[in-house]
Design a protein around this ligand. Structure first.
Ligand code: NAD
Ligand code: MG
Length: 396
């Protein structure tokens, strides 16, 4: 059977997820064609990617950088068109010639192009969990209205998706789902004493035991806010309330998550910790393709272990549950305050243990905010950042 290749836009092509996506795409040139690649700053890497994958369009954060890339690409005989700025991101995400969009920008910056892809009815491969946490219902309504296909890239949610029935309609009760069990590695400080977390440096926080990731998500893994954001992400993706989403610490990161059914069955998805598995799964879905991932050797792993999460040493996880239960704008406030606090921590302007304090203060102070429209979401995000920045200054 011959078929035309899937045309793909990769938002955040130069990041950890973006590069893993291109690794999988490059293994299957007959299946995938790159329509557009985007990056904020890393022009050198984007230049190399453009030469190898010959996208129709490349996008960089600002016009000065775009002009430089344009000149270099033209000099190398490339026909890739180079655009700049946020509007261009939305354009390549919603372009009529695009079939699938990998949403792999980090943070709220990815919201508008990801939402544009959903509104345009694309196949949306969602790595950018912050976009969903920020805009929850708005995003899911856009997917439903346009008929977009939403496939989770986050390894836990991709595992849950694989363990759910194929016709699962976001109503756990209809299909006998009792609980979603999200596994967590526990991060680099899983066994650290609370007092030792006081002096943690960005380098220590970014040294994850099992996964190599961008710096923001690495810090989120260290605070366990990553799991908190994932609880909220699971709520929106699978329609489960907070009390039916549990976190299980599983240091080996071999079971990527589980679904428990009313008959007592628990279905899990296992694999080596390598993001190319969920990426290949979503790219080819409902088919399966080779991903370059080392086969799982259970004899080498030998032991799988499980622990309860410690909500006291990792208050970010408790704050995320609190925000999910509060509903409304609380998850958006949580996400925005977390982004500001993590950025300040990476800049060495805020201590590691102050991160949850900033978020708790923002949740407490933010009031009267809405997430009913894109404009409201952006205003809520901006207001929560303002509060978070004040709180950060107060602690300097
Ligand atoms: P990263 O920092 O490695 O890459 C981020 C990408 O986004 C880069 O291409 C960068 O140029 C682009 N970008 C950054 N700021 C931007 C802005 N303001 N405007 C436009 N583009 C911008 O991050 P990552 O680790 O690849 O993570 C990407 C997303 O995937 C995050 O939301 C993260 O939570 C999620 N995710 C990552 C992993 C992982 O293993 N890395 C796993 C699960 C989910
Ligand atoms: Mg994850």
């Amino acid at each position: 059977m011959t078929r035309s290749p899937q045309r793909i836009t990769i938002l955040g092509a130069t990041g950890s997820i973006g590069m893993s996506t291109l690794d999988v795409v490059g293994r299957h040139p007959e299946r995938f064609q790159v329509f557009a690649l985007t990056a904020q700053r890393q022009a050198d890497r984007l230049f190399e990617q453009c030469l190898r994958f010959t996208p129709r369009i490349a996008v960089l954060g600002d016009e000065a950088a775009a002009a430089g890339l344009r000149t270099r690409l033209a000099g190398a005989g490339s026909r890739t068109e180079v655009l700049a700025g946020e509007r261009a991101l939305t354009e390549v995400a919603a372009h009529p010639d695009v079939d699938a969009v990998m949403a792999a920008i980090v943070g709220a910056a990815g919201l508008q192009p990801t939402l544009a892809a959903a509104r345009a009815g694309k196949k949306v491969l969602l790595a950018n969990k912050e976009a969903l946490v920020l805009s929850g219902r708005l995003f899911m309504d856009a997917v439903a209205a346009s008929g977009a296909v939403l496939l989770p890239i986050d390894s836990e949610h991709n595992a849950v998706f694989q363990a759910l029935p194929a016709d699962f309609g976001r109503d756990p009760d209809v299909r006998g789902v009792r609980r979603i069990l999200l596994t967590a590695s526990g991060g680099p400080f899983r066994t650290a004493a609370a007092a030792d977390l006081e002096a943690v440096t960005p380098e220590q926080a970014c040294a994850h035991p099992n996964w190599v990731m961008g710096r923001k998500i690495s810090v989120d893994s260290a605070t366990m806010m990553n799991k908190g954001l994932e609880v909220i992400e699971a709520h929106w993706l699978f329609g489960a309330p907070a009390e039916r989403i549990d976190v299980v610490v599983h240091p080996q990161s071999v079971i990527h998550s589980m679904v428990e059914y009313v008959d007592g069955s628990v279905l899990a998805q296992l694999g080596n910790p390598d993001m190319r598995t969920p990426i290949a799964h979503a790219l080819a879905w409902p088919e399966r393709i080779e991903a370059g991932v080392r086969p799982l050797d259970l004899f080498e792993i030998a032991q799988l272990s499980f622990e309860r999460p410690d909500f006291e040493r990792f208050p970010c996880l408790a704050l995320a549950y609190q925000a999910l239960r509060a509903e409304g704008a609380a998850p958006a406030v949580l996400n925005a305050a977390n982004e500001e606090a993590v950025a300040a921590f990476l800049d060495r302007k805020l201590g590691f243990r102050r991160i949850p304090e900033i978020i708790a203060a923002a949740l407490e102070r933010a009031s009267g905010l809405s997430v009913d429209s894109l404009e409201a979401v952006l205003a809520t995000d901006a207001r929560a950042r303002e509060i978070a920045r004040q709180e950060i200054r107060n602690r300097q």
